[in-house]
Ligand binder design. Structure first.
Ligand code: 3H9
Length: 653
């Protein structure tokens, strides 16, 4: 097999060109190829060496698919040390994204240039790792301690201009990268530039408290995660130890993390997320329909958030409401959200204005005649939804995709009211829709393949992570939430308090415990729904009776200032003795004996409830694969990514 690394002597420059699609990851063959090329460059007539990549990006990191398997020589740390030790000046030329090991290669080169659109970063933390090829030692030498900690503990890549300001890149190349980089390398050689080894540079002065501050902040921001703290240890090592000892520290910490459960879970999750985009039985080249304009029906929190998701991706939106007043209210929420993003520095004023300008309002369905996709996001009333779809069938152009954002309703029944059920699909967003990454794409019985393929592709365009679900009550995520919610009620009746249940789950890593989630959603919603059901339909009263009593005591959840907790003006929950009394009385009413319940039992029973339902969802073919369920739970329900998702967690036990 041809090597993915090609070496040529071009004039007086040795050019090492890496071509290993899709992202030039540092597989064994690439590492070996770089070593071989350096061998040749070491003894030929070249006066300097240029490392550059073909394809869509510079190296995107170590090859993650090799992780967790026996190490293959040469190891990346050896490769980067060899680059740095080269006796001729080595230049790295970056385009696309230089990430992880893919940025540690340029850090070990002597000079770095990039095109303006390039980004560089050390995202290992997102895989439960730290930069293990000298990144923790070289980055602070170039950019200073604080910038290094920021880059590595956040894992967020930075644009080339920012990298240049930080000292991580020396030159921005205008125009074609190869030409510009080659010319610069020649210039350096002509000027007698010597190898400039990062390991030999002094670390710029820094605030000594920075390490303690980072440790404290990360203990909160990355609760329970090992890798961020290990990164701080290594950067501290960079300032206290000689370079070689710092590298040894980095290596030992890297190996510890690699062998640990958290990195295994996060690596699983990396591939799970990418796998979720693939649809079994659907050809890769299934055509997609063009989507350049979208209609959203319903200007509530959900509809507004959906409209913003499209506008943020540059897609024009028509927002439909039933009256001018309702439309004005919806538009005002959107304005407020954009103003908030500007205030928090997430969006520039110009960008916010441009996005906002893409959202037009209307009270007339005729304005949807030419849109490519409509998403209905009105409240969960099946008759109303069906009436809307019948109307859409009348006004929308042939080929328009008709989507419902329902959380529970039968997508097939909604499709059946139209003359074009093949164009109907579910797109279930999560609130707040302009922020949450998950999108459940619900494939109806008659949904056409190209409609499904279009929605999956579109999801990526609006920066969502799509997961396909079949039709069932609650689809993947909310269906699993039902037994989970029920289990939380049983735990209360059997002896736990709301704060104990939520505390145990949050300590374990959930963003929010189940009872705070109930409070957030509103206890009255389920209460009202239950009023229409017979006792038999309602099922075991232990699953809902406490909530009934809370609503009857006017505790409707966070929006009314009280539910399972009492809330202050900043929505902070406080445990409430009245709630404890309601729980104890309900247990007595249902003849349930109370006992001491451990945090371990709480976590075990709640996660088992999720997993048992998850297995049914797989068996019924509602989810394509168990890793899809993990993606749903991490991106939609605050499940800790470092535990890999509920199904991975259960499988690994
Ligand atoms: C590291 O470097 C450790 C070192 O410090 C120390 C070592 C000793 N390896 O995301 P996409 C595949 S840790 C293997 O859909 P995009 C991916 O699975 C690494 N495969 O494209 C997918 O395959 P498929 C630090 C990889 O354009 C295909 O490429 N680096 C790798 O949306 C396309 O990927 C990172 O964490 C990899 N490193 O985004 C960067 N990367 O087609 C991880 C990608 O079969 N990568 N693949 O599903 C990314 O963040 C994104 O892939 C990237 C492109 C932004 C590059």
């Amino acid at each position: 097999m041809a090597s993915p690394v090609n070496y040529t002597l071009t004039d007086n420059i040795g050019v090492i060109r890496i071509d290993s699609p899709p992202v030039n990851a540092l597989s064994q063959a690439v590492r070996q190829g770089i070593m071989d090329a350096l061998d040749v460059a070491g003894s030929d007539a070249s006066e300097a060496v240029l490392i550059i990549c073909d394809g869509r990006t510079f190296i995107a990191g170590a090859d993650i698919s090799e992780f967790g398997k026996p190490l293959l020589d040469p190891w990346l740390p050896e490769v980067v040390d060899r680059i740095e030790a080269t006796q001729k000046p080595v230049v790295a030329a970056i385009h696309g994204t230089a990430l992880g090991g893919g940025f540690e290669v340029p850090l070990s080169a002597h000079y770095r240039c990039a095109v303006a659109t390039a980004k560089v970063g050390l995202p290992e933390v997102k895989l439960g790792l730290l930069p293990g090829a000298g990144g923790t030692q070289r980055t602070p030498r170039l950019a200073g301690v604080e910038a290094a900690l920021q880059l590595m503990t956040s894992g967020v890549p930075i644009p080339a201009a920012q990298a240049m300001e930080a000292g991580l890149v020396d030159k921005i190349v205008d125009g074609e990268l190869y030409e510009g980089a080659l010319a610069w390398t020649k210039e350096l050689a002509a000027g007698g530039a010597a190898p400039r080894r990062t390991s030999e540079q002094e670390i710029p002065p820094f605030e000594p408290a920075v390490f303690a501050n980072y440790r404290a902040t990360l203990a909160k921001r990355a609760r329970g995660q090992v890798a961020p703290q290990s990164i701080v240890d290594c950067v501290e090592g960079a300032v206290t130890l000689p370079f070689a000892d710092g590298l040894a520290l980095e290596r030992s910490k890297f190996s510890e993390l690699m062998d640990g459960e958290q990195s295994a879970a996060l690596r699983h999750f990396f591939f799970a997320e990418r796998q979720a985009a693939k649809i079994d039985g659907l050809a890769k080249d299934t055509p997609v329909r063009p989507v350049e304009s979208v209609g959203v029906i319903g200007g509530g929190t959900m509809g507004g958030g959906i409209a913003m998701s499209f506008a943020n991706a540059g897609i024009a939106v028509t927002l439909i409401e039933i009256s001018d007043e309702a439309l004005a209210r919806g538009m005002a929420i959107i304005e407020k959200n954009y103003a908030g993003s500007v205030q928090r520095g997430k969006l520039s004023e110009d960008k916010a204005a441009a996005c906002r300008a893409l959202i037009a309002g209307s009270t007339d369905y005729a304005s949807l005649a030419e849109v490519d996709l409509v998403i209905e996001a009105v409240f969960e009333d099946p008759d109303l939804k069906k009436a809307i779809f019948a109307k859409l069938d009348g006004v929308c152009k042939p080929g328009a995709i008709l989507a419902t954002n329902t959380s529970y309703q039968d997508v097939d029944a909604i499709a059946a009211v139209t003359q074009r059920p093949e164009d109907v699909i579910g797109t279930h967003f999560f609130s707040p829709a302009h922020i949450m990454k998950l999108l459940e794409v619900v494939r109806g019985e008659k949904t056409a393949d190209d409609v499904l393929a279009t929605c999956m592709k579109l999801a990526k365009r609006i920066r969502k992570v799509p997961v396909v679900s079949g039709v069932c009550y609650g689809f993947i995520g909310n269906r699993m939430l039902q037994p989970y919610g029920k289990q939380s009620q049983l735990l209360l009746l059997e002896g736990a308090t709301p704060e104990q249940v939520d505390g145990a789950m949050q300590k374990w890593g959930m963003a929010m415990g189940p009872l705070r989630v109930f409070d957030l959603a509103g206890l009255d919603v389920g209460y009202k729904a239950r009023q229409a059901l017979s006792d038999e339909q309602k099922g075991d009263p232990a699953g809902y009776r406490v909530m009934d009593h809370l609503v009857e005591a006017d505790r409707h959840g966070q929006k009314t200032g009280s539910g399972f907790y009492t809330y202050d003006d900043h929505r902070n929950p406080t445990p409430c003795p009245d709630v404890h009394k309601i729980i104890e009385d309900t247990a007595a009413e249902l003849g349930i004996e109370r006992r001491e319940i451990s945090d371990e039992e709480i976590v075990d029973r709640l996660i088992s409830a999720l997993v048992d339902e998850g297995r049914k969802i797989i068996d019924e073919g509602i989810a394509q694969r168990s890793s899809d369920i993990d993606v749903v739970y991490v991106y939609g329900y605050g499940f800790p990514a470092h535990r890999g998702g509920p199904m991975f967690y259960a499988d690994s036990r």
